[in-house]
Ligand binder design. Structure first.
Ligand SMILES: [Zn+2]
Ligand SMILES: [Zn+2]
Length: 310
């Protein structure tokens, strides 16, 4: 019952954070230490000595490396089709990267441009803003309850900003020259997450995250947690796999395969605007949940439309 309720909330990363917190508290009790993560953060920042260097170069290196490490891990699974037991977690079972491998090189080029030019500039601008009197101090930390509340509030603000920015990209004035690039992949792979026209990368990928964190006045440490969460989420969303204990990728995968539905991330604005009707009618909504067993969503919720969908 509880597991069923938890599974409906499709961002299990929040559960992972709670899990890490409980383990940390347990270890702190055993070792007599306290505030492990706050201390870790302060030591980590101090290690680099220079705040501006940290805010620009360390932040840039961390986000870029995280994207490629997680992204390439998924790509390795796509290319080798191994380990075999992951096959059953494919959202579109007939999709194959091998038939699309020629499309891979342009993806890498565009992603690197968006990271090394646009993301780098963004970190420069943020670091400049942080030097202002109302900027957020790098060493400021938040308590665990504050972190959880911030994450939940972030999800709603982010959904609001992302949904409408994404809908705008689907407007006939913008779709062909901006957003079509991202939609070249109807069965997407992880690193397609920021395979986007520079304007889309700023409006849809970057600004919703930066503005949400800005509105919430999130500390650097909490922003680090949220950006890690969002990066893994969006890479998973594009991976083509719906893996147990991770966020369900079915909603965004549906968007790539059907184009005109499921514009948001957690689905509540799509529900509000009626832009997830076919997704609901097809039965995919039943499968769009966090898996707490090793059974795949198709095994748990067999669907008579399976053959038509793929
Ligand atoms: Zn789209
Ligand atoms: Zn996408």
């Amino acid at each position: 019952m509880i597991r069923g309720l938890l599974s409906i909330y499709t961002n299990p990363q929040l559960y992972w954070i709670v899990f890490v917190y409980i383990v940390t508290k347990f270890v702190e009790l055993l070792t007599g230490s306290y505030n492990f993560w706050s201390q870790f953060w302060l030591d980590f920042v101090d290690y680099f000595g220079n705040d501006e260097f940290f805010e620009v170069y360390v932040s840039f290196a961390y986000t870029t490396l995280l994207y490629w490490i997680v992204g390439l891990l998924f790509i390795a699974i796509n290319i080798t089709n191994k380990p075999k037991f992951l096959d059953k977690y494919k959202v579109q079972p007939n999709a194959s990267l091998r038939s699309d491998s020629k499309k891979l090189l342009p993806v890498i080029g565009v992603v690197l441009f968006n990271q090394f030019v646009l993301n780098f500039l963004m970190f420069k601008i943020i670091a400049f803003y942080q030097m202002m009197p109302n900027g957020i101090h790098l060493r400021q930390t938040q308590s665990f309850p504050e972190l959880l509340v911030t994450i939940v509030m972030y999800e709603f603000i982010y959904e609001f900003l992302f949904y409408y920015a994404h809908r705008l990209m689907h407007h006939k004035y913008f779709y062909n020259w901006i957003h079509k690039l991202h939609h070249k992949w109807t069965a997407s792979i992880s690193i397609v997450a920021i395979y986007a026209h520079p304007i889309e990368h700023i409006v849809c990928n970057t600004l919703p995250i930066v503005l949400s964190l800005f509105i919430l006045r999130t500390s650097y440490a909490t922003s680090g947690v949220i950006i890690t969460m969002t990066t893994i989420w969006t890479l998973g969303d594009h991976s083509g796999y719906h893996i147990p204990f991770l966020h369900s990728s079915r909603f965004h995968d549906w968007h790539h395969s059907k184009f005109n539905e499921c514009f948001g991330t957690n689905g509540f604005l799509d529900k509000f605007h009626g832009t997830s009707k076919k997704f609901e009618e097809s039965g995919e909504i039943l499968r769009h949940r966090t898996l707490f067993t090793l059974k795949s969503a198709s095994e748990l919720y067999p669907n008579e439309n399976d053959n038509k969908m793929n």
